[in-house]
Design a protein. Sequence first.
Length: 559
Amino acid sequence: MGDLPNALERLTARLAALERRVDALEHPSAVPIAQKPIVPLAAEAGEGLSLAQAGGAFSVLGKAMLGIAGAYLLRAVAESSSLPRLAIAAVAIVYALLWLVAAARVPAEEWFSSAVYAGTSAMILAPMLWELTLSFKVLPAPATAAILCAFVIAATALAWKRDRAPVFWVANFTAAAAALALSVATHQLLPFIATLLLMALISEYAAAHDHQQSVRPLAALAADAAIWALIFIYSSPASTRLDYPALGMAGLILPGCLLFLIYAVSVALRTLLLGQKITVFEAGQAMIAFLLAASSVLYFAPGNGTIILGAVCLLFSAECYGSAFFVLSKAAEARNFHVFAAWAAGLFLAGSLLCLPPFWLATCLGLAAIAATVLATRLTLRFHGLVFLLAAMVASGLLAYAFHALAGTMPAKLDASVCIVSLCAFLCYAAGKHLPQENWKPQLLHLASAALAVFALAALLVQSLIWLTALRMTPNAPYIAFIRTLILCVLALALAFAGSRLRRLELTRIAYATLGLVAAKLLMEDLRLGHLEFIAAAIFLFAITLIAVPQMAHRKKKA
């Protein structure tokens, strides 16, 4: 009885085997299929597919070769002079456009066919335009540029709905290369610059509608190169460009301004209206376009054009500041705000430099520094105030004045702009908002602002004390060196005291930096002059200051 379960299992297995054999005999067609290995089938299918693809590629290339043969036939007819060359040129242009249509009409998955047919169209059109313009003299340069424009427009229209990237890329690359080459060969820059500007406009329009954004750098680079060549060639002496046609002021200035207008409007639409993140390409290209436009104005309209350019820069600066602080400051993306704010500061500096005479330039920059510091609700505007203050100190000569007052030959006189900017430096530091628990960025701004104010104050104190001394005697070089040491030591003590009382860490740091400056000054100026009484007095002052400053700083830590 114990073997009964085992016997039942063996019987069940045999019955199952018999059922499988009967089923196999009743359905013999299923056996070969089930027994065929999977890997050979896959290999066979892959081999067939590769052969089909290779055959399709050869077929496409063969058709392209037929198209190029047709182009050579048209060229032979043109050389035979049996027909008007202008009519043959029209036929050839239509023939090239037909290949572009064929490239756009292939299915989307057949990108290779689309690229080959578009390349065939380009290989027919570009050499044909070169010979018709330069060899046969059938087409003038403006007509050739117009044909290139039509080629790009047709490619854009054909590739727009079906989103054929090969058609768009090949057409733009061909038109850009042909325009640059023909502008050099024909010495007529303006018609082909117009073509490149149209390409830039089309690429920006397509990018605004999320079409073929990768073509934008190509169109921008070609337009930049052509306009730079225009500026370089026509800003050189007339004797070096005898083969180039004479151009008026409008023809020289307008291309750069139009290029800047295209990219300025594109950036404004994409960032302010569409709320998109500005790209590195957009920021860089906008600045390149502005520099080209500004260079055009400065080279070819140096008089009134410079003032107009400065006014435009100030206007754009106001617009960028308004966009940055009223529109982009609340956006989640911070890059747009920082880019527009940086543009605003740069445009303000450029506009002020172009429009204002030196005295008013320094005064306006100093007032702008105060306004930016007082109105600063973000760290960016406070940084702009520091930049404006530094620019005002350079424009007024305060930096050079302070350096000579503290280390070089004493200045002969004190200009009014130096006093005004010095007052602006004091007010900028006083107006700076100090908050508890600040990180290193605002602390660094406070330190820089305080350093500029102290630098100006030290120079003014030295100048004032020497002026008072000169009322009774003529101070010589050792006496002037001792006065400088005295002022620096007094300033170090005052800064340490104010830093401890007002809890301004930057003042304490400047006090320690002043000690280092006094030590270097003793070695490089006081000891070099060799008057023992002045050397002794200077070393005594430095020793007292060296003892007192750390004690005042330590007193701050205890508070």
